[in-house]
Write a protein that binds this ligand. Structure first.
Ligand code: CTP
Length: 407
């Protein structure tokens, strides 16, 4: 988290149960080298201890405009900060900020802040979905504030839905992206990535799937976004999370849904990487009711799924770069070269399930990149992020070489 070193972050905490996570966020910010000052609404102290916050931030925590005969200079605080992060932002505080109310220190600091403001809302789903909240969020965005999207999952009410405070690593990724000054090699570029397995439905309770977790494709999407690309990730069912704010995720289940989502965006993409482990076949008929146990054997008739990579590579324009993966357990090189040719890709990344530490579920991978000009690049065992960086670098070199050749 190199981008956060030396940055001045003003954390503003309002009254939401998620406030209990803030000492950990502050600890991670401090660890990343940031300086943190904290303001909170008076009611936020019911959910998190100011003593814990001042201990981890090594700064006094302020919650009222007047304290022990002194006046807290809210203007100075807003000017001190490089960024103000309002997390968690309750429905009440969100409404106050959207309407310019100023009845506590947090609101006063927000109103006078000259720095950029990031808002991480947290509330119950019904409150989050209420038209008033939607309007308030739109107003805050209209004023130039950035909203860190809420998460989906278990809520304090016991219900499950949208409205959770974004996970801490997502909040940190938004801050990182905010401060990112690294020259971006792909800032004018749009990229499509497919990742994860597909689930092909058999009946309402069963499906055909595979062990893919989508980690490699997610790493590629995040590396492309970190280089400034506008990334669309078409993601099959997985519990892996995407943290980079520059990645738009389209969730799909089946191969047919994946093809449809990809076809809609493919023509405007500069780069397309097909890293998903797509099921080659799906049940010919999906049973509407659960298939009941009957004889000793059960026959399922399967029909071929569309080949997403092959279908779209056949439509590619000369400026687009299309990259596929090959997952093999035997005759690896031969099969990779065959796929490169048959699918008309610009390159194929070979993944052998025989290499230890490579393939499904691992955080590491060992791949070789086969290009359509015959070159092969073998990478050592690396983390999936490092592998993704090397693949993206190869794509960049390939694109540049092709451009030079054309010019
Ligand atoms: N792929 C695809 N659509 C499919 C099957 C595969 O887009 N229906 C893509 C994968 O995302 C990958 C590449 O094609 O980029 C190769 O996938 P792989 O599973 O290795 O090979 P298959 O083409 O499915 O052939 P086989 O299973 O016989 O090895």
């Amino acid at each position: 988290m190199i981008q956060l070193r030396g940055k001045k972050i003003l954390l503003a905490i309002s009254a939401s149960i998620a406030a209990y996570k803030m000492p950990e966020l502050v600890r991670q910010l401090i660890k990343a080298g940031a300086e943190v000052k904290i303001v909170m609404t008076p009611a936020a102290a019911d959910f998190v201890s100011p003593l814990a916050l001042s201990t981890v931030s090594k700064n006094e925590v302020l919650h009222t405009v007047h304290e022990a005969n002194s006046w807290n200079n809210h203007v100075a605080l807003g000017r001190w900060a490089d960024v103000m992060l309002i997390a968690p932002c309750s429905a009440n505080t969100l409404a106050k900020l959207a309407n310019g109310l100023c009845d506590n220190l947090l609101c006063a600091v927000y109103l006078s802040a000259t720095c950029p403001v990031l808002v991480a809302p947290a509330m119950d789903e019904d409150m989050w979905e209420h038209p008033t909240t939607k309007q308030n969020v739109a107003r805050l965005v209209g004023f130039g504030n950035k909203i860190i999207p809420v998460g989906h999952g278990e809520l304090a009410s016991g219900l499950v839905g949208a409205g959770r405070l974004a996970e801490l690593d997502e909040i940190l990724a938004h801050l990182e992206a905010h401060f990112s000054t690294v020259p971006k090699l792909l800032s004018q570029c749009s990229a499509l990535v497919t990742a994860g397995p597909t689930y092909e439905q058999i009946d309402p309770v069963r499906f055909i799937g595979n062990h893919s977790t989508g980690k490699m494709g997610i790493a590629l999407a995040e590396v492309l976004a970190a280089q400034g690309a506008t990334v669309t990730l078409v993601l099959g069912p997985t519990s892996e999370r995407v943290t980079h704010p520059g990645v738009e995720v389209i969730h799909v289940a089946s191969a047919e849904q994946m093809l449809l989502a990809c076809s809609n965006v493919f023509p405007k993409m500069d780069i397309a990487i097909f890293a998903a482990a797509v099921a080659d076949y799906r049940p010919e008929n999906v049973a509407h009711e659960k298939i009941k146990k009957a004889g000793d054997t059960l026959e399922l008739k399967l029909t071929k799924n569309p080949d997403i990579l092959k279908t779209l590579a056949a439509q590619k324009s000369p400026n687009q770069v299309v990259v596929g993966f090959a997952l093999e357990t035997q005759n690896e090189e031969e099969n990779a070269r065959k796929k490169l040719k048959e699918k008309a890709a610009d390159m194929i990344v070979l993944n052998s399930l025989r290499s230890p530490g490579a393939g499904f579920g691992h955080d590491t991978n060992m791949v070789s990149i086969f290009q359509n000009d015959g070159t092969v690049q073998e990478l050592p065992l690396l983390s999936k992020t490092e592998t993704a960086k090397a693949i993206v670098q190869t794509i960049l070199t390939y694109r540049n070489a092709r451009k030079m050749f054309k010019d």
